[in-house]
Design a protein around this ligand. Structure first.
Ligand code: ZN
Length: 588
């Protein structure tokens, strides 16, 4: 932004001109809009002080202690000696270094915040910045409150030579300590964030959000263009590009940042003071899984408890169930998230190369309890949306996104709830190139050892490895009209009957419905559905699902991680051992 007329140094200029669309904007209006152009939406750069003023609760910011560092370790001079440049930067910005660190609150949630200032030698990462970021991380660790990093940097500070390179390792170590201690780290990427900052603390956060248009990368666009001898496409390395390529969790306009950050920061406090669960205080302790689950059914619906025996289920033939499980109007994971969770925040990307649209997930609160919800997303009744969601068949990046969110849940101590609804793994060549088998296998292993409660619900189709990759849980439930199978009935019919028309026969033979799965011990319980099926009443279906999941989580809540892990291992270990299981007799 160009200040057209500047009446006094400490006042907003009367008029500024947007650098992108050249509109003249009245200075006060521009300030009120948080320095976002009201015409084109361009987010102008902020100083570190402006940034902290915008984000933190008024009057809450307390500066952290400054850490003294060597000032000119190499005795460096280019056209001017480094100490002169440093002095200039300090005079112009009023800052001692290119980052400003404070402790404060955002909508009442405590946070340690470090905001970089691009005016200070291009926000370069030198010894001083490295020391201050590390100190901010240590303060977070000591106080056990989340760390917020707001980045703006051209890269490492050349004038401090290889010592500045070492700051990448030093700051990354500090963040690793926060990972071990379970302290939330959020990164806010602002324009521009490049080089050593991008390749260390800016991208090591649990959640990375970016302002619209903000660019982040290791190599700058000019370097890349010189190397390849051609120009880069418009939008390369922008926030929107990063979101598409799975590298950031979301693009958030400046006006929504405070609310978004507050929602994320609340996860940390929720970890230690989970409110009383939905279980009534006078209800007896439940030794039988879900036996005394709260009976708070949805509007006018049947009991919200988990059905435990096949006899309680309405009888229907397997093929009818298959068709109901695939009904295009059944609630999707995002439908359930909207109806069930308060403050659901979808997080995006596998942090490698893509954001698979067939798997969705993020934190939210179920009856006041913070959980990480992860599920397949089919796309509902809209064909275009179904195609965009790959009909719920994830690419390898989908499993990797799920894995990333599960690791984050483990770090923050959040229970994981997975909703399974997929025809199966993805039968395309790209999924194979991307290592679909490896991605599924790694999820099975990760879930086996995840030290937080896991509840999985097959809400629709539980198709083969694509389903199991989200279903290694302490409690596996299935909706009354869900199915779970090693192969689609059509696939089985084509291979064994040599006739796809034999699918109904195959469905019955494979024993894919809830009653059979209960007898086989594959599922621990069945979630009732509204009369006619979940598609007839999304609200009631969600209420029934919410009650069942809450009951399952209540059971697991008091368990230590070791008990969760050994119980989960035993649950899957017993499958296939000869323990009296037979087609006629049912489990044990
Ligand atoms: Zn503009």
């Amino acid at each position: 932004m160009v200040e057209v007329e500047n009446p006094a140094a400490d006042q907003a200029p009367s008029w500024v001109r947007c650098e992108r669309c050249v509109t003249l904007i009245y200075g006060k209006r521009f300030s009120r809009a948080l320095r976002v152009c009201p015409d084109c939406g361009s987010h102008a750069r902020l100083t570190a002080r402006e940034r902290l003023d915008q984000l933190l609760d008024p009057g809450s910011a307390q500066p952290l202690d400054h850490v003294d560092c060597v000032s000119d370790p190499l005795g460096f001079a280019d056209t001017r000696p480094y100490p002169e440049r440093l002095l200039d930067a300090r005079t112009t910005t009023g800052l001692r270094e290119a980052v400003l660190c404070v402790q404060g609150t955002i909508e009442g949630h405590p946070v340690v915040a470090a905001a970089m200032d691009f005016r200070f030698l291009g926000g370069s990462l030198g010894c001083g910045v490295g020391a201050l970021i590390t100190e901010a991380a240590r303060t977070s660790l000591r106080l056990r409150i989340p760390l917020l990093l707001v980045t703006a940097s051209g890269g490492a500070r050349m004038q401090e030579g290889v010592l500045s390179l070492m700051q990448m390792a030093k700051t990354s170590q500090a963040l690793a300590e926060l990972d071990e201690a379970g302290i939330l780290v959020v990164s806010l990427v602002t324009d521009p964030t490049y080089g050593g900052v991008a390749a260390s603390f800016a991208t090591l956060a649990d959640v990375i959000i970016a302002e619209p248009g903000a660019r982040l990368g290791f190599a700058g666009p000019r370097v890349i263009e010189q190397t390849i001898g051609e120009s880069l496409p418009a939008g390369f390395q922008t926030a929107e590009f990063l979101l598409r390529n799975g590298l950031v969790d979301g693009v958030v306009p400046r006006a929504a940042l405070r609310a978004t950050l507050a929602q994320l920061l609340s996860l940390q406090s929720a970890r230690d003071d989970t409110p009383a669960t939905a279980q009534a205080p006078d209800s007896p302790a439940a030794d039988t899984p879900g036996a005394d689950a709260p009976d708070t059914a949805g509007p006018g619906g049947p009991s919200g408890r988990i059905l435990r025996s096949a006899e309680e289920l309405p009888t229907s033939d397997a093929w009818t169930t298959v068709r109901l499980a695939r009904h295009p109007e059944r609630p999707t994971t995002l439908d359930y998230a909207a109806h069930l969770l308060d403050g659901f925040r979808e997080l995006h990307g596998d942090r490698i190369s893509e954001d698979c649209s067939a798997v969705v997930g993020g934190p939210g609160r179920l009856n006041g309890r913070p959980v990480m919800l992860i599920g397949h997303q089919k796309g509902g009744n809209d064909l275009v949306e179904r195609q965009r969601r790959k009909f719920g068949m994830p690419s390898p990046g989908g499993y990797r996104k799920a894995a990333r969110l599960m690791r984050m849940a483990a770090k923050l101590g959040l229970p994981v709830v997975t909703l399974i609804d997929t025809p199966g793994a993805n039968p395309g060549p790209d999924a194979e190139r991307g290592g679909q088998a490896v991605a599924i296998a790694e999820n099975l292993r990760l879930m086996a050892r995840l030290p937080v409660p896991i509840v999985a619900v097959v809400t629709g189709e539980g198709g083969s490895g694509g389903a199991l990759a989200l279903a290694v849980a302490n409690r596996v439930l299935i909706c009354a009209n869900g199915i779970y199978s090693v192969i689609s009935p059509e696939g089985c019919a084509a291979i064994l009957w040599k006739d796809a028309q034999a699918a109904p026969t195959a469905a019955a033979a494979l024993r894919v419905d809830a009653g059979e799965l209960l007898r086989l011990g594959i599922v621990d319980g069945v979630v009732p559905e509204p009369p006619g099926g979940a598609h007839t009443d999304h609200l009631q279906a969600a209420a029934l699902l919410g009650n069942a999941v809450t009951a399952a989580l209540d059971e697991l809540k008091p368990w230590e991680p070791q008990r969760l892990l050994s119980e989960r291992r035993d649950r899957f270990h017993r499958f296939g051992l000869d323990s009296g299981l037979s087609a006629e007799g049912g489990a044990r």
